[in-house]
Design a protein around this ligand. Sequence first.
Ligand code: ATP
Length: 444
Amino acid sequence: MEIKRLDSMQTLVSLCKRRGFVFQSSEIYGGLNSCWDYGPLGVELKRNIKNAWWRTMTRRRDVVGLDASILMHPNVWKASGHVDNFSDPMVDCKDCKARHRADHLEEMVCPKCGSKNLTEPRSFNLMFQTHMGPVADEGSVVYLRPETAQGIFVNFENVQSTQRMKVPFGIAQIGKSFRNEITPGNFIFRTREFEQMEMQYFVEPGQDSKFYEEWRETRLQFYKDIGLNTDNIRFHPHGEGELAHYAKEAGDFEYNLPIGWQELEGIHNRGDFDLTQHQNLSGKSLEYFDQAQNKKYIPYVIETAIGCDRLALTVLCDAYREEHTEKEGKKDVRVVFGFSPLLAPVQVAVLPLSKKPDLQEVCYKIDDDLRDKALRVQYDESQSIGKRYRRQDEIGTPFCVTVDFETLEDKAVTVRHRDSMKQERVAIDQLNNYLKENLRNFQS
Ligand code: ATP
């Protein structure tokens, strides 16, 4: 058997559409560039990813959650530096009219047509503007947040004092962000509307480098826990020229996608930049009083920032495999999403061998029971059992439970494992325990 990884984004886009993971936004109107809708399976996958992140962050004693609003006071973005600095250099090709980010070009050559006839780079602010209230004048300008982090900084004092948090502690948030990207694309890799999962960890100055290292390790462990193949993950520390205006030290976890190594998550030591800026512009003290040491300081911040959609794309690419086999001159390809059961949109499929009412009835009972036990279940009775198994492989379902005519006699079902395709006979009254045990012991 030959196993192939995903080698083209187009294959993934088609599969995601065909199986109901991701659709183009407003498709019946011809779509809207770079906007995507998560279908029934995609929304489950994304929710499982968010839950896994939320659990790993906020079930710690030292990290609490937050859900700040998307629209914020315009001064937030003045203080953060976004009004002045949140821009990318844009160039246009005078020949083919393609638009590019100058910092993404190898040399000043158009990657589309090879022309060197490009405009001078112009700075383009990536924040989406809108107006609050009925009058669209300068005084009513507000921005759609380009990152969730600032919602955390401006609530630093609220969270610290109400929850009696002691430094070091963190605040975690999941939410939508918006960037008017010059060159969105590659499916859900870079979009103008996306969801971020960010955590800001407040530490005593001087302790920052230690915690920066610690969070790097913690995040790598998370990738392992959700089943990513870490051979395809590397850490790229930012050199002097790459550091953002706020960063003391920073780096990205990168993943080897079909489009090459790309940023998945940023780990940033932001120093006291953000809290100091907000303290200065708001006039409100954001100092922390350290009781144990009897001193006041503005904490330093270690940030972990990952795009939920980008992680969903990474999980999809990582889990995809094609198993090519040849038997008696007949070629076969089995497409599998080898998701960890933690993330799989469907954990168990319940399948009657035929549409006979006796079998359906047993299936419904099993289906109800497994749903009651909080498993993610799909009932499927259309087409042959072989086709249904393949369909479940293609959406990454770890286990299929088949009810056949023997079931009516022996009160047992066949459980088929996605990865090994091994089949086992299991008594119905043992099914729940069997699945729980196997989901727990799962090796992806
Ligand atoms: P880039 O340089 O690629 O534009 P960035 O370094 O500005 O990205 P951050 O501001 O550090 O990105 O954002 C943190 C994370 O949010 C990124 O690692 C990525 O996972 C995600 N992200 C950022 N921009 C987008 C986008 N336009 N679409 C999807 N995810 C994004």
